[in-house]
Design a binder for this molecule. Structure first.
Ligand code: UD1
Ligand code: CA
Length: 457
């Protein structure tokens, strides 16, 4: 049976000490709440409703394509938050999950299991619990002698004996929709915090002789909530380990996975080697047999197979098979390195194509340029693409040899197989096969030293 989900994300997150609500903070390139939404999608949840409140304008753009949105005007508690969704579920029967928008580590399998537990037990509610060494701050799970769940007591409402209980409420639930919304009407706020607690729904269902199930996860880390920057870092570390383990299982080598950070949407083929201090984010992909790193950052960049990308930063670039980059290359948006091209040390490329087998090996800036096949750009050469107001293109046709320390002042075209003498400033087009030279002639003054330094013997 299909299930729906409510994601609670109205909270303030005061301890983050941030202008941003906690669910909008970024983990490996993806906002916290989108980790939860994606986990729900992975569990084939079709309808998702997000409850927003604090700084809602920052959260709406993150979720609007992914979920329906309701607003909780005052944060009166988790039961009130769920109740704001009532109209969205007016004609709905079946399973409704309640997920915490600030718990990004939850897995699709666990969400699926929660639905299965409720449905196979025909329970009004199923709650995910966890055993914690330090349960401080969490709601405690109170069971009877047979192990049936009686109720959940919040930290601030616990008596000393209840505080000793280590089984805690994770904040993830699956409810029967009808039972949920009818019980919510009965939840009061007579408790230490004066809030409407969603956890009271379980006790209300029990009092109606309905079944309430609880199952304990083996991985309490899945329920780690983000309330502080320290927890954000902890969550990032867990995700890093999870993602890196996935890629290593798929045949990717990592010398030191603890220093490799890979975003959730990155695709890596097998026999890729990733060296330390490497970051792969966004829609980056890497083809087989490529070696990436050390000290490399690729964002939204497609790398083909058999490439070497050493100490490189690339953003929205495309690197075809068997191309080489670095050390210390900077590929900016719109860079395309064709097959077997090379961009070497201290080279910056922007919005340019480097053709098949062409080389820009040392200390260059290439911008708004189309380089053909088999071109060599000498050390220290620069395309002067900007006159202070506008940008202009440079075209370097197949087989051109550009001598070192050349300035190509755009707009300019260098014809096929032309040669540019080192140290030239090229302001006019150069014809195919010609030599282009644009530099002062060398002069020689003989006996110069003697006439200027007569004292030297
Ligand atoms: C809640 C549970 C507690 C559980 C813990 C797990 C209740 C009463 N208690 O406590 O048993 O151990 O989660 O993390 O539910 N929210 C709203 N609107 C509100 C209040 C909260 O949207 O009016 C959202 C928050 O943004 C958050 C989630 O609900 O995403 C949980 O709220 P929070 O205040 O963090 O609950 P806890 O007190 O931690
Ligand atoms: Ca609270």
């Amino acid at each position: 049976m299909a299930a729906s989900a409510i994601i609670l994300a109205a909270g303030m997150g005061t301890r983050m000490k941030s202008k941003k609500p906690k669910v909008a903070h970024i983990l490996l390139g993806k906002p916290v709440i989108n980790w939860v939404i994606d986990a729900a999608h992975g569990a084939e949840i079709d309808t998702i409703v997000s409850v927003l409140g604090h700084e809602r304008d920052q959260v709406i753009p993150l979720v609007e394509d992914e979920s329906a949105i309701v607003f909780q005007e005052q944060l009166l508690g988790t039961a009130d938050a769920v109740l704001t969704c009532k109209e969205k579920f007016a004609d709905y029967e079946g399973s409704v999950l309640v997920l915490s928008g600030d718990c990004p580590l939850i897995l699709s399998e666990t969400i699926q299991a929660l639905v299965d537990v409720r449905e196979t037990n025909q329970a009004a509610a199923a709650v995910l619990t966890m055993q914690l060494e330090n349960p401080f701050g969490y709601g405690r799970i109170i069971r009877d002698e047979q192990g049936n769940l009686l109720r959940i007591v919040e930290e601030k409402d616990c008596n000393p004996a209840e505080k000793e209980i280590k089984e805690c409420n994770s904040g993830f639930y699956c409810f029967d929709a009808r039972s949920l919304f009818s019980a919510l009407e009965q939840v009061g706020s007579e408790n230490a915090q004066g809030e409407f607690y969603l956890t009271d729904v379980l006790e209300i269902c029990r009092s109606q002789n309905k079944t309430v199930a609880a199952f304990c996860t083996e991985n309490a880390e899945e329920c780690l909530g983000i309330n502080s920057r320290a927890q954000l870092a902890q969550a990032a570390k867990h995700l890093q380990q999870r993602i890196n383990a996935f890629h290593m299982d798929n045949g990717v080598t990592m010398l030191d996975p603890s220093t490799v950070w890979i975003g959730p949407d990155v695709v890596i083929e097998n026999d890729v080697e990733i060296l330390p201090q490497t970051f792969l984010f966004g829609k980056t992909s890497v083809g087989e047999d490529s070696v990436i790193g050390p000290a490399t950052r690729l964002i939204d960049t497609a790398v083909g197979k058999g490439c070497t990308i050493d100490e490189t930063i690339a953003i929205e670039a495309c690197v075809d098979d068997f191309a080489n980059c670095g050390p210390r290359a900077y590929l900016r948006p719109g860079t395309h390195l064709c097959e077997k091209a090379k961009v070497g040390t201290h080279v910056e490329v922007k919005k340019s194509t480097v053709g098949v087998g062409s080389k820009v090996p040392h200390l260059s800036y290439i911008g708004d340029t189309t380089i053909g096949k088999g071109v060599n750009i000498g050390a220290g050469s620069i395309t002067c693409n900007y006159d202070g107001e506008k940008k202009y293109p440079t075209i370097i046709e197949d087989g051109v040899f550009v001598g070192s320390d050349t300035m190509l002042v755009a707009p300019v075209t260098i014809g096929e197989n032309a040669i540019i003498g080192a140290g030239s400033v090229i302001t006019d087009d150069v014809s195919a096969g010609a030599l282009g030279l644009g530099r002062a002639r060398q002069t020689e003054i003989s006996e110069y030293r003697k006439s200027h330094h007569p004292d030297e013997s």
